[in-house]
Design a protein around this ligand. Sequence first.
Ligand code: NI
Ligand code: MN
Length: 227
Amino acid sequence: EKYMNIRYFGHSAVELSGGDHTVLIDPFIDDNPAATVSSAELEASHILITHAHGDHVGDAVSIARRTGATVVSIVEVADWMEAQGVESFGMNMGAAFPFPFGSVRLTPAWHSSSFDDGTYGGMPTGLVIEMGGKRIYHAGDTALFSDMSLIGDLGIDLAFLPIGGLFTMGPNEAVRAAKLLRARVVVPVHYNTFPPIEQDAQAFAEMLQREGAGEGLILAPGETAEI
Ligand code: NI
Ligand code: MN
């Protein structure tokens, strides 16, 4: 039986592990008020970054320098990482590309993307990751868009969807996204990190159920789930 473990760190930061591989997504840890771990404790072979904003790049540079992990992202983010002395691999939106742990496809996201130092970050992205026999969608920061139904056509086992509002979808938009994605399991992210993005995740999960839009899986920061 194929399986994968997911660990949530708060905000959009997630760890995927399956087989011998550990992959981090948007590891915003040490400045993340919700995180219960230190970035110094984390191990990874690859770090996936959805876009250049500080609450997504997070501790990617220090983790990559310490562990030798490769940062995988859109080319502009990868180039910036390379300039920090970090091993990186640039892609663009389009098709799945193979990695030792599985594959990664960059998908569109309706958002913006520049680094804290002002460097242009290219287009923001979402991620479709195949790993451990599962297909995971991490939406990054985005508004609702109807082409999420194309992502749903890939067959998504689990979707990480932002529900905080203000900078991304709120709960109502994320329920509509879940309907388009047809994911079996939906994990709400990018909420309750800071006061302006406080949301009721339990109410979101109930709305998902009412609308037949998948099973809500609420993870507290530090919590792990097997899928
Ligand atoms: Ni952002
Ligand atoms: Mn963000």
